[in-house]
Design a protein around this ligand. Structure first.
Ligand code: WT7
Length: 633
């Protein structure tokens, strides 16, 4: 990429260009891609509607930019290295040419099964190469993939399939996760009991466990691909056609299907990948995320592959068979770039340094973190012990909605500061605002993080609910995109993300709506009401604390209720949403208008039992002491 940032002053120059003339800046970058038809209008936007159109009138296929455009120069280069859960099993490696054939072949299978442009394909797969192939095959034919993290429950899968009206589901018999096998087909079968839009299911045989096969509905991936042509003509897409939907939690109970576009997302993920990580052509890049989250979409698949990089996919978990697993993988595949979540760093740090051998880490050049604030101790441990003091750490702030990294150091170029995401990437215009939406222009301020100008990677909407898109992101602070995060800007203009300011909690780097968890708890007949809040957790960043109220006459023991709540949440949402703490309290603290005063519960969950501030609107002020009594017991 000719716009690759090379020095700090060059960063400031590029940033300046991107602000003074965003259209020129982004069209220069977009011109480095292959378009079947060049766009007419670089940007057309209005946050009041909201309308966000980039590269209007441009026609392209993103997979042509991953494959055809690059095959001539590096078709024999490794595109994907897949490392299995079990270290005894052989890794799989695919060059760009080989991956291309598999993508084309599966794209043909999809077309043969009636899938075409604009159809939604639900994907519920473990971290196996077929997941990468599936998403690219969808993109090839213009189908919209909606990937559901394979840790979600059948109900979550069902809700997402129904919301998106998906016509095909691609899953697997099962998936390996450490020493566990997740029976994905069984979970999917349960979900499909109530998914009228799904006409067909394709399952990959990964674990070879016995599964139920429904005739005329379920087909095996290997059967369908056998002898199918490995050439495929790509669908020509409009720049603004949706590339995928990815569900994420919001402050109401219902997850939202975040929509990303084709052209803008392509330009943005490739540009940010190359710049933030400073990837060079012989590097091996390893992002430990699951493709079921946005990190995997943008920085395992699209960003790296559009950049001709060698990207790794790891099927397992950080501590299986033991906590040296990541370091062994780094040694085995000569990894140069390692990108993971603070929660994994804290967990591995907790096992002590005996699992780390310097020798294994010598190929590393750049480290990255994502998903949640990284505390200073974890940052230093990562920098000193994994990076051996030699690798820059990029703390990358972004969101499912931003499509790609938005605030982050440029590796080796931006001076870092532990726990700071530092400076905005070119094209990003972040501002700090106060409660009234007034911009706090000075340095050393704290407030809400907003972005005042569109960038190509930003979300274009919420599937089936543009009204919610507007109200969630553009209404509270007119003419601004509101991130939902609190932020501090220091004397140098560096940004430090303070965490969510809405009813969303961030557990191990995964976003969960408290309302979503409450809804799941409230389905339990032993519970009449509940309130869920986050609290600081040593490993997970935030833990989940549930305050529950039982109907008056219910007499049963505490353990029984807690167990049943945990099981319920596990079944309704998934294991990631299980509460860490459950307190059965006589009633919830509420205002006269019936609103739960969550700040009181948040404070109690944190272990602070005094100075509750203004509680004059509380109807039942005596309740605070009663709750504290329960918690302290
Ligand atoms: C929320 C977005 C972006 C991919 C993974 C999470 C928090 C994200 C950082 C960071 C502090 C961060 C924010 C954000 N977050 N990165 N480097 N430092 N906080 O995506 O599920 O859409 O969650 O994660 O609160 O709003 P997501």
């Amino acid at each position: 990429m000719s716009n690759k940032i090379s020095t700090l002053s060059n960063y400031f120059q590029e940033y300046e260009k991107s602000i003074s003339n965003p259209e020129q800046f982004w069209s220069d970058i977009a011109d480095q891609f292959y378009w079947r038809k060049r766009w007419k209008n670089t940007l057309n936007w209005n946050f009041e509607k909201p309308t966000i159109n980039w590269f209007e009138g441009g026609r392209l296929n993103i997979t042509e930019n991953i494959f055809e455009k690059q095959l001539y120069t590096h078709g024999d280069k490794l595109a994907l290295i897949w490392e299995p859960n079990n270290p005894e099993e052989k890794a799989k490696k695919l060059t760009y040419k080989q991956l291309f054939k598999k993508v084309c072949q599966f794209a043909n299978v999809l077309r043969q099964n009636g899938i075409g442009k604009g159809d939604v394909v639900a994907v519920y797969l473990p971290m196996i190469p077929e997941l990468a192939i599936t998403m690219l095959a969808c993109a090839r034919i213009g189908a919209i993939h909606s990937i559901v993290f394979a840790g979600f429950s059948s109900r979550s899968l069902q809700d997402r399939i129904n919301d998106a009206n998906a016509s095909l589901l691609i899953t697997a018999d099962g998936g390996y996760r450490g020493n566990k096998i997740i029976p994905l087909k069984e979970i999917a079968d349960e979900a499909l009991l109530n998914c009228p839009s799904i006409k067909k299911v394709i399952y990959v045989e990964r674990t070879k466990e016995k599964i139920h096969i429904q005739k005329h509905r379920d087909f095996s991936y290997s059967d369908l691909t056998r002898n199918v042509f490995e050439e495929n003509y790509p669908e020509e897409m409009d720049s603004e056609d949706p590339l995928f939907i990815l569900y994420t939690s919001g402050s109401t109970g219902k997850p939202k299907g975040i929509i990303h576009s084709t052209g803008g997302y392509m330009v943005y993920t490739a540009y940010t990948f190359q710049n933030v990580f400073q990837y060079n052509s012989d590097d091996v890049y390893f992002c430990t995320a699951d493709i079921g989250w946005i990190t995997g979409h943008s920085y395992i698949i699209y960003g790296p592959l559009l950049s001709g990089a060698t990207t790794m996919m790891y099927e397992g978990v950080p501590n299986y068979p033991d906590p040296s697993r990541f370091w062994n993988i780094i040694e085995k595949h000569k990894v140069t770039h390692f990108y993971t979540a603070p929660t994994a760093i804290r967990a591995l740090m907790g096992y002590g340094n005996d699992y780390i051998q310097k020798e294994k880490l010598k190929t590393l050049k750049v480290l990255g973190t994502v998903g949640e604030p990284i505390n200073e101790a974890a940052w230093h441990w990562y920098h000193n012990h994994i990076g051996q003091g030699r690798c820059p750490v990029v703390d990358t702030w972004w969101q499912t909605e931003t499509g790609g990294i938005a605030i982050s150091p440029i590796a080796g170029i931006t001076p870092t500061k532990p726990s700071y995401a530092t400076l905005p990437l070119p094209g990003i215009q972040p501002i700090v605002v106060d409660n009234n939406g007034k911009e706090l222009k000075e340095k050393n301020v704290q407030g809400f993080l907003c972005i005042k100008f569109p960038w190509p990677g930003m979300s274009r909407g919420i599937w089936g609910d543009q009204e919610r898109f507007y109200t969630t992101y553009f209404k509270r602070f007119p003419e601004l995109y509101f991130t939902g995060d609190g932020v501090k800007k220091d004397e140098e203009g560096y940004f430090r993300i303070m965490g969510r300011v809405d009813d969303v909690i961030n557990v191990s780097g995964h976003r969960l709506g408290t309302a979503e968890i409450e809804n799941a708890i409230n389905e339990n007949p032993m519970i009449s009401e509940s309130a869920v809040v986050g609290y600081p957790h040593k490993i997970k960043g935030e833990g989940i604390c549930a305050f529950v109220v039982c109907p008056g006459d219910l007499i049963t023991n505490k353990e029984t209720i807690s167990k049943s709540i945990i099981m319920g949440v596990n079944n309704i949402i998934g294991a990631i949403a299980k509460p860490d703490k459950i307190f059965i309290i006589p009633e919830l603290p509420k205002t006269r208008s019936g609103k739960i005063m969550r700040r009181i519960l948040r404070q109690i969950a944190k272990g602070e039992y005094s100075n509750f501030g203004d509680i004059s609107t509380l109807t039942n002020s005596g309740i605070i002491d009663k709750i504290i009594d329960v918690v302290r017991k």
